[in-house]
Design a protein around this ligand. Sequence first.
Ligand code: MV4
Length: 660
Amino acid sequence: MSKINTLLIANRGEIACRVMRTAKEQGIKTIAVYSDADELAPHVKMADDAVRIGPAPVNESYLIIDNIIQAAKDTGADAIHPGYGFLSENAAFSQACADAGIIFVGPPEKAIDVMGDKARSKRAMIEAGVPCVPGYQDEDQSDDTLITEAGKIGVPLMVKAAAGGGGRGMRLVHDLEEVPNAIKLARSEAENAFGNGELILEKAIIKPRHVELQVFADSHGNCIHLGERDCSVQRRHQKVIEEAPCPVMTPELREQMGKAAVDAAKAVDYVGAGTIEFLLDQSGEFYFLEMNTRLQVEHPVTEEITGLDLVALQLKVASGDFLGLEQSDVTLSGHAMEIRLYAEDPADDFLPSTGHIDLWKPSSLSRVDSGIETGGEVSPFYDSMVAKIITHGATRDEARRRMIKALSETALFGPKTNRDFLVDALDKPDFVEGQATTAFIAENYGEDGVDLGEQAFSTYAIAAVLQHKLQQKSAHHLALNVNHEMLDWSNNRSLETVVQYGDDQTIQVHVDAPQQYTVTEGEQRVSVKLLSLKPDMAKLNVDGHNVIVIYHAHHRTLHLALPARSLTVTDQVGVSAMEDIGGGGTVVAPMHGQLLEILVEAGASVSKGDKLAVLEAMKMQHEILAEIDGTVEMIAASAGTQIAADDLIMEIVEKESEEA
Ligand code: MV4
């Protein structure tokens, strides 16, 4: 019998949704917590109940231990799952749960504490016989001692903050003469960042792979590993692609690393899901780096190759049950890959990109763990990772090809994303051959910004054809029910449309026959046939080749996702035309929110600037005003309901003008 009837998830986004999925499958009641920025977020909608824990900034909401414990008490939660990040590796939080009589779905306080310090964890690992990078990790922090020890280790040398982690507070030293200065700088950085200036020294391993072992332990002394993950493809210590198994793993090496990982977990009386991070060098030697005492972002690749549900196992051992698995029960089958979709701009040094989500269309063929939805927001307050795609195949190349295919049919429109960069990286020879090390991104793309090259003219041509078509459709939409194939045969319409992107790109769309166009810009010329047009997908033939695109149009802006490239264009010419067509008369919600009031009735006549409705979103009231003079023809939404961005609120028919 499970001791967990109600589970509070002290997190947001994809991981909160992921944890809730398993909890629901097990009939456990789920409680979400949310900040003001997340009132309408998917994780809140998915939960059985939800509790507000503060304003948008994390240190006023998701990091406030007292608020979360109070939310658990108020909702009768008997357990808390911390997800990753936030309070997941906070020993005080684990202790606060224990003090309140609430099960913390994670390890005991002591394991979090020891593993949170590089010096203490390394000493514990050396004692347990786990291979560590040769170095110095003792308590004497005098300059003399550190400099002497650095001399013994030699260069290249890593100076690391004991309290750091995930690459923070780390310096590489190439010359022993730099050591005194490196120590001084690293110590002061560490004091500032972590309030603890303690340092460790290590021989630097050049171009290692990041290979981590998943371990699982119950409270009865059982501990096993679930194989490894290779997370070498990282950018500034942010993982980008993860996979399991590691491409260069052998059964013998797995057995050695697995034993080291289990020894590491046992040395700190570990309980629950944990990850032991190792560096694997070019010669096949491996070294303990650190232990992550939480469920990790990349846990799905382990789930795919083991067939296990790691969240289910976490809940099981947190309830005090036996793991119920022995090492020999764990079999690894096939190969799995995961990509992290970030809302960021690879062309602009990967700067986070935020804002309204015009369309989120995940692939239907693969596992997608996401915490976003169309009409929602990517908030600047939180991590920019918005979704993960996970594929599995009999072989590594099958999983890799499925990932490229899954990405080709995935679109996130609104914020910029790393989608196209991922497709490019998945096809780089080093990655294809399984040779990527931690230097992969720097070697293949340089350290700042990624330029995937100019878009082909044919991509702009597709955009121009779609904009031409969509303008026609919306022009006729309200008045007549014309078969859209007939729209290109209109007597009083020009058979040529001009769209202008930016200041200098003027593209002509000439209608040759229904659904058939010649698109030109200067010397460039492309033939385009529109084969089918669905609300967010179109199939076209471009110069004899079929292509499927995902699109979303909003006023004059068109977002387009081709299999490997995305494009957003705004037509400068269509500005006035589009506004005539219904941009002004079609009143839609500007963002996701609660429609508080509708201030006009059908049949009413309104003037430009009149107040039509009031929408509440992100704790603010937004007045929706008439953009044109006219008559309210119909009202589509009702007051008091939730409404998504772009949902129709009402239609206004423009007042007949004098010359019409
Ligand atoms: C190292 C190393 C080379 N030698 N330690 C970076 C994150 C933190 N977990 C440890 N890191 C490293 N420690 C020694 N002695 C190279 C890295 C490193 C790295 C490790 C894993 C994945 C990506 C990385 C990228 C750069 C550096």
